[in-house]
Design a protein around this ligand. Structure first.
Ligand SMILES: Cc1cc2nc3c(=O)[nH]c(=O)nc-3n(C[C@H](O)[C@H](O)[C@H](O)COP(=O)(O)O)c2cc1C
Length: 187
């Protein structure tokens, strides 16, 4: 049932050390592109990361994380860096999502909404396939090093999500306020 998939899906932060089958990943991508999008702008772009690229990105991720938490040159910096590389490399599959930019702000806002719908389609189909996803943001998405590595022109495309995908090791709980508390009815 769709409703149970929607309610049971959780953001997943810990993964089993097991790769994501290409066919499953492609089912998620195929679901993503069927998201609603105003004017059929199809503003999403997907970047599927292989292991060689993941290693390069892990070093950008680690550099940004260490810069935020420690002073360069210190033992602590190296320790945060090494831990971050390990953490990033433990993600079975990384997929970046980009939004094609539009100078019209109304279209750009609608396009972001469409990309978010696409990401949710991706997450729901992943969940149905027993895969978990974490939608992550953070400095890796805006780093010029990331743009250079992936060959993305940040004046044309904005990276809006890093999707971390894999078979869940643990499924966290989550809560929501009841819909009645956020809904008003009018006669
Ligand atoms: C736009 C957006 C950005 C997010 N960025 C992050 C992030 O950077 N790190 C993270 O751990 N989770 C991130 N999340 C996931 C949320 O933390 C998560 O959806 C929320 O805790 C609710 O949990 P659930 O997805 O299991 O229901 C993001 C979600 C959205 C929609």
């Amino acid at each position: 049932m769709l409703i149970s998939c929607i309610k049971n899906r959780r953001s997943i932060f810990q993964f089993q050390p097991k790769s994501v089958p290409k066919i499953a990943l492609e089912q998620c991508l195929d679901a993503a592109i069927w998201a609603p999008n105003h004017g059929l702008t199809e503003p999403w772009r997907f970047y599927v990361i292989g292991s060689e690229m993941q290693w390069k990105l892990a070093n950008i991720y680690a550099q940004k994380r260490a810069e935020k938490r420690a002073s360069p040159g210190t033992e602590n910096f190296q320790s945060v860096y090494d831990h971050a590389v390990k953490k990033f490399m433990a993600i079975p599959q990384v997929v970046f999502v980009g939004q094609l930019l539009n100078t019209n702000l109304v279209i750009a806002k609608e396009d972001y909404a469409a990309c978010a719908c696409a990401i949710q389609n991706f997450q729901l189909v992943a969940w149905e396939l027993e895969l978990g996803v974490q939608w992550s943001t953070g400095p890796i998405l805006t780093a010029s090093e990331t743009a250079n590595l992936l060959g993305i022109d940040f004046t044309q495309v904005e990276l809006i999500a890093a999707l971390y995908v894999g078979y869940p090791k643990a499924i966290p709980g989550s809560t929501r306020k009841e819909f009645q508390s956020v809904t008003q009815y009018y006669d």
